[in-house]
Design a protein around this ligand. Structure first.
Ligand SMILES: [Zn+2]
Length: 135
């Protein structure tokens, strides 16, 4: 297992508690286009039965899920080099979607329920992307 240093672009507590450190780190390292990010959110919404509002892109944004409107706000520019924060990557799409799914499970923070839900999504998305690449 990789050492539990903080995953760049993820919170320390989540980096320490995730069951899938390497997979989560990889998702945060994987750039994604705006179009593919929207498709991924729509796919996850359907698969996990989550009501999602709009996916909005903003420059240099850290990413946010809005609990009232169900909108997901993501960085506009896909990650291109080693930098992650402020750039669009699969990990941030999964993290922000996770807030809406965790909310359905009664969680509004980065607590145990969020981390369990994120782990479920990390495993699902990693397998889904591997299938997409093989197809
Ligand atoms: Zn968060």
């Amino acid at each position: 297992m990789a050492p539990r240093t903080k995953i760049s672009g993820e919170y320390t507590r989540i980096s320490q508690k995730t069951a899938y450190y390497d997979l989560l780190d990889k998702l945060h390292d994987t750039p994604i286009s705006q179009g593919t990010a929207i498709e991924l959110v729509q796919h996850l919404a359907q698969t996990f039965q989550v009501n999602v509002g709009k996916v909005i892109f903003k420059q240099w944004h850290k990413g946010r899920a809005m609990y009232r409107t169900k909108n997901i706000i993501l960085p506009a520019t896909p990650k291109q080099d080693t930098r992650r924060v402020g750039f669009l990557r699969t990990g941030i799409v999964v993290h922000e979607f996770c807030h809406l799914l965790a909310l359905q499970r009664g969680c509004r923070n980065h607590g145990e329920v969020f981390i369990k839900t994120l782990d479920e999504l990390v495993l699902y998305v990693s397998q889904y992307q591997a299938q997409q690449q093989a197809a």
